[in-house]
Design a protein around this ligand. Structure first.
Ligand code: NDP
Ligand code: 8X3
Length: 252
């Protein structure tokens, strides 16, 4: 069974679709449960697979701990964890950033990922099988102006990916990181707190990655034979050469 956090939109939803197309049983988690239920219904009907859904706020430690206590038997059925839930708010110079934005970004991308991973790793290690796939970002290695705290959390995800691989060495558990460049999702809408025009301008006049581009890479990573561990894949759109260099074409 594949457990995906943040499966209610964007890359997480696309991962759910891509694994479903391979007939993998799924367990989808996010805060917007209605979206998950709608997606689950669609995937069950199309692919005749098991799809569980859970309303889970990954930043709420007590809720996450209770979630793992309440779901012990199903947790042991999970063999792939896709740590995808993530966000940021704001795009401000560090000297004028908001503590609320920073708290949310750190709590979601870092502590949320840790809480969920903590619930699965003992089972993976005990069983000698399991795959953690962390969704990082090109923002982890190549910090961009005003990206400060978001970039820091993604760099931390890289460090954790490495740390997990080192500590799990010898257990048979695999750990991978997929680091996308620009993908058109609700990410910018969330970052700009619902400002649709500003969010749309991020993806304007150049060909960004699709969520499916990332999902297919995640599935490919998971489908390597058990003796193969993909450490990291960095994926840019052809029209993006760094976190700050975009080839934008004028609209005709
Ligand atoms: P979206 O905003 O479309 O999706 C983010 C997902 O995360 C949603 O399903 C959301 O679900 C979930 N999420 C956010 N906060 C929480 C929470 N507290 N608890 C549970 N789920 C949560 O953005 P993307 O698909 O783009 O983002 C997915 C990942 O990809 C993130 O880690 C992001 O950093 C990374 N990424 C994105 C890139 C891009 O260009 N879009 C590039 C590189 C990396 P809900 O609101 O229902 O809880
Ligand atoms: C999300 C994409 O480049 O806006 O990781 O940071 S970016």
């Amino acid at each position: 069974m594949v457990f995906i956090t943040g499966a209610s939109s964007g890359i997480g939803e696309a991962c759910a679709r891509a694994f479903a197309a391979r007939n993998r049983p799924l367990w989808l988690a996010a805060r917007r449960i209605e979206r998950l239920q709608e997606l689950a219904q669609e995937l069950k009907t199309r692919f005749a697979i098991e799809v569980k859904t859970s309303c889970l706020d990954v930043i709420d430690r007590k809720t996450v701990e209770k979630f793992f206590q309440d779901n012990q038997s199903d947790i042991t059925r999970v063999t792939i964890l896709v740590n995808n839930a993530g966000l940021t708010q704001g795009l401000d110079p560090i000297q004028s950033g908001s503590l609320d934005d920073w708290d949310l970004t750190v709590d979601t991308n870092l502590k949320g990922l840790l809480y969920v991973t903590h619930g699965f790793l003992p089972h993976f290690a005990r069983r000698g099988e399991g795959h953690v796939i962390n969704i990082g970002s090109v923002a982890s290695r190549w910090v961009y102006p005003k990206g400060n705290v978001y970039c820091a959390t993604k760099r931390a995800v890289s460090a954790l990916t490495e740390g997990m691989r080192l500590d799990l060495h010898g257990t048979g558990v695999r750990v991978s990181e997929i680091s996308p460049g620009m993908v058109e999702t609700e990410f910018s809408l969330v970052r700009f707190k619902g400002d649709q025009e500003r969010a749309a301008s991020v993806y304007k006049n150049f060909r960004v990655l699709t969520t499916n581009d990332i999902a297919e890479t995640v599935v490919w990573t998971a489908e390597r034979p058990a003796h193969v561990n993909i450490q990291e894949i960095v994926i840019y759109p052809t029209d993006q050469a760094s976190t700050t260099l975009f080839h934008r074409k004028e609209k005709t």
